[in-house]
Design a protein around this ligand. Structure first.
Ligand code: NAP
Ligand code: HSE
Length: 420
């Protein structure tokens, strides 16, 4: 009998409980497997009557220090006390499975090493891209390939919000509230909207792909908060779609990594990814480009990823990859370039913007003069970042978005004529 201790039973935890007790899963596993204890924050909260009454505890020791428990599944979220519980569980010789990207993005090296020293599994498939199997295939790919690029949509909530704003004309707040109801959003949705959730996921993927511990601070991160309905109207006219994109590129031993809203051609693969779906594209020198696509958030897809780790632990099919080395160094945004859409609120004098663009030697074409909107020529990303910093914009004063490379051939003049 394999005994599992579950830390948390919210959106993901309840899905894990359902799969473990499903007939399909029980019939496919040779071993008997059971969830014997569930840690919750609020023991008095009313819970579904399907759970045995004595299964809940608010004392972590009943799981972490319980010699009968073989596998701890952490689906609580947050750094502490999750980090403390996972460390203790590994010290107490329990395998650990977690969906917690916030924690994995910081402690991946330390916890993998601890698991290695104790001959245990520390698996985190559900921490990136929900139901999409990506951690295990990427780990294998990185052993065979020199991975050059990772690019994708890694957040279900923001992709859902943008899809609803574009296709159904919903307001940002209404779309977010729907995403919360569907269990896609983080406990604090700021993490989704500001791009921090994608930042963490990209740090995890880059660490595995580049076989080097990638720090969060080395990834430039911008979310979708500054995008207004007016911008979406412009994008539609330009036949572009806005997506929150994660992108990491490696050249020799240097890498650039960003999380940013990006404008993609409406016929591109990225623009076909709708609602809470995610996509991860990996390019390696041997395999070429591979695309992984599926549901990026929500109860059952995420629980499916957690259970796939449990199965790997039962089958002793886990890899001891360690990520301590610093094989690559960050060159900020230097490896990226493109044309940029820039919109500036009417409170800021156009002449100030034009003068500053001239100072940075950035050429542009104007789309609108009211709320000033323009498209720059193709420029290095670091030049655009320096220009933006120099303007000292506040809050929603502005919005700037890189146009994906696929649009290089678009004649900007034609776009301008269409818009004005
Ligand atoms: P959730 O619905 O908010 O559930 C969290 C659960 O953990 C609740 O049962 C809560 O107890 C318990 N908990 C929280 N803090 C606790 C503490 N200090 N001590 C004891 N119990 C505690 O969260 P979720 O959406 O399932 O997400 C869980 C984790 O999975 C997070 O790391 C998240 O980033 C990750 N994840 C989520 C998704 C998704 O689609 N939702 C997808 C991939 C990964 P109570 O029931 O008493 O409140
Ligand atoms: N909040 C996350 C998302 C959950 O929307 O993608 C899945 O990691």
């Amino acid at each position: 009998m394999i005994k599992i201790g579950l830390l948390g039973i919210g959106t993901v935890g309840s899905g894990v409980y359902e799969i473990i007790n499903s007939e399909t899963f029980r019939n496919s596993i040779d071993e008997n497997i059971t969830i014997s204890k569930i840690l919750v924050r609020n023991i008095n909260k009313e819970r579904n009557s399907k759970y045995p009454k004595d299964i809940f505890t608010d004392d972590p020791k009943e799981i972490i220090d319980n010699p009968e428990i073989d596998i701890v599944i952490e689906v609580m979220g947050g750094i502490n006390p999750a980090y403390k519980y996972i460390t203790k569980a590994l010290n107490n010789k329990k395998h650990v499975v977690t969906a917690n990207k916030e924690l994995v993005s910081i402690y991946l090296d330390e916890l993998s090493e601890k698991a290695y020293e104790n001959n245990l599994g520390f698996l985190f498939e559900a921490s990136v891209a929900g139901g999409i199997p990506i951690i295990k295939p990427l780990t294998k790919l990185s052993k065979i390939n020199d991975i050059k690029e990772i690019k994708g949509i890694l957040n279900g909530t923001t992709n859902f919000i943008l899809t609803k704003m574009i296709d159904e004309n919903l307001s940002f707040d209404d779309a977010l509230s729907l995403a919360k109801d569907l269990g896609y959003a983080e406990a604090d949705p700021t993490n989704d909207i500001e791009g921090f959730d994608v930042l963490r996921k990209l740090a995890i993927l880059s660490t595995i792909a580049f076989k080097s511990k990638i720090e969060l601070k080395d990834i430039l991160c911008r979310g979708i908060k500054s995008i207004k309905k007016e911008d979406i109207i412009f994008f539609k006219k330009l036949r572009l779609k806005i997506k929150l994109v994660a992108n990491a590129i490696k050249e020799n031993n240097k890498f650039s990594s960003v999380v940013e809203p990006m404008l993609v051609n409406e016929n591109s693969t990225l623009s076909t990814v709708k609602d809470a779906f995610n996509i991860v594209s990996v390019t390696g020198n041997q395999v070429g480009e591979l695309n992984f696509y599926g549901q990026g958030a929500g109860k059952s897809p995420t629980a499916n990823a957690v259970i796939s780790d449990v199965v790997d632990i039962i089958n002793k099919d886990f890899d001891y990859s360690l990520y301590k080395e610093k094989n690559v160094s960050s060159v900020n945004t230097k490896l990226f370039s493109g044309r940029y859409y820039l919109r500036i609120s009417e409170d800021i004098k156009n002449s100030e913007v034009f003068n500053r663009l001239k100072k940075f030697n950035i050429k542009y074409e104007i789309l609108s003069n009211k709320d000033l909107a323009l498209v720059t020529e193709h420029i290095p990303a670091n030049v655009m970042e320096d220009f933006i910093k120099s303007m000292d914009f506040k809050g929603n004063d502005y919005c700037y978005v890189r146009i994906d490379g696929a649009l290089e051939t678009m004649k900007s003049k034609e776009a301008a004529i269409t818009i004005i």
